[in-house]
Ligand binder design. Structure first.
Ligand SMILES: Nc1ncnc2c1ncn2[C@@H]1O[C@H](COP(=O)(O)O)[C@@H](OP(=O)(O)O)[C@H]1O
Ligand SMILES: [Mg+2]
Length: 256
């Protein structure tokens, strides 16, 4: 039998983990579970188990970096590393909301090679291998920024105000990047903390679709580093890059 392509495998895994997460949550709620931490914990564990088993079975040679597994650093000398967040937007998942995601990315030979984000609450899966056409951006309308519901940042508030934009709160880094691709927002600018698994798959999809992506200081998002802390990012249409980066520079000067 022919070996499944990485792109097909990533979609299969992201979709499958999404189904596992929906089923776990339904079952717990049907059994009367009201503790959101218990729902989040069960979701994280079951999705991690599903993804790890699939990767072990289908790509036993590859290294894996996951939010929910020990980082044994074998990945630092590997040619191929899967970077996964089994459940991004954990809080929103546990609250019964739809704005959460499963992230599956593949890093190969120095850069992101593939990203898949499943949005089980919407029944959608986005892949860098099949980029969506970018939604049109009306140049005269205020920029809509996807922002965190649970990690407010004074710096990001300043960036949005400086760009005369409006904020659209929602959970999950993957869901936010997909909101730009789905035309619900125009940009996602984040500061204050995140890890490689929070952004790897979403950034691969954003790049493939032709969005601008960078760190707040304008440098490239770099993955599979020893320290996986990757605290800030910009995702936007190229036409908005200047306005947003100007606002970031001013906000950094104001907020230190
Ligand atoms: N200041 C911060 N420090 C660490 N992680 C952060 C963070 N802000 C956001 N994140 C992580 O980024 C993801 C999206 O967050 P948000 O919805 O608030 O934008 C979440 O991942 P998890 O749900 O996988 O933990 C969250 O933990
Ligand atoms: Mg996450």
């Amino acid at each position: 039998m022919a070996v499944k392509s990485d792109a097909d495998l990533a979609v299969e895994i992201a979709e499958g983990a999404g189904q596992v997460l929906l089923a776990v949550r339904d079952e717990l709620i049907a059994n009367g579970e009201e503790d959101q931490r218990a729902i989040a914990k069960a979701g994280d564990a079951k999705a991690q188990e599903f993804i790890a088993a699939k990767l072990r079975e289908e790509r036993p040679e590859d290294a894996v970096l996951s939010e929910e597994a020990r980082d044994d650093k074998a990945r630092l000398t590997a040619a191929r590393v899967w970077i996964v967040d089994p459940l991004d937007g954990t809080k929103e998942f546990s609250q019964g909301r739809h704005d959460w995601a499963v992230h599956i990315a593949l890093w190969a030979d120095g850069d992101l090679a593939l990203g898949v984000v499943a949005l089980p609450g919407l029944g959608q899966v986005l892949s860098s291998a099949k980029p969506l056409a970018l939604p049109a951006r009306a140049a005269d309308e205020a920029l809509r920024f996807a922002v965190s519901r649970s990690h407010p940042s004074p710096l990001i508030r300043s960036v949005i105000d400086g760009a005369q934009g409006q904020d659209v709160p929602m959970g999950s880094a993957g869901y936010k990047v997909c909101s730009v691709l789905r035309g619900e927002t125009d940009a996602y600018v984040h500061a204050g903390g995140q890890f490689e698994w929070d952004s790897a798959a979403p950034i691969a999809i954003a790049r493939a679709a032709g969005l601008f992506t960078s760190r707040l200081d304008g440098s490239a998002m770099v993955y599979n580093q020893d320290d996986v802390y990757l605290p800030d990012l910009i995702v936007c249409h190229h036409q908005d890059r200047q306005a947003i980066t100007d606002s970031v520079v001013k906000a950094l000067a104001l907020n230190g």
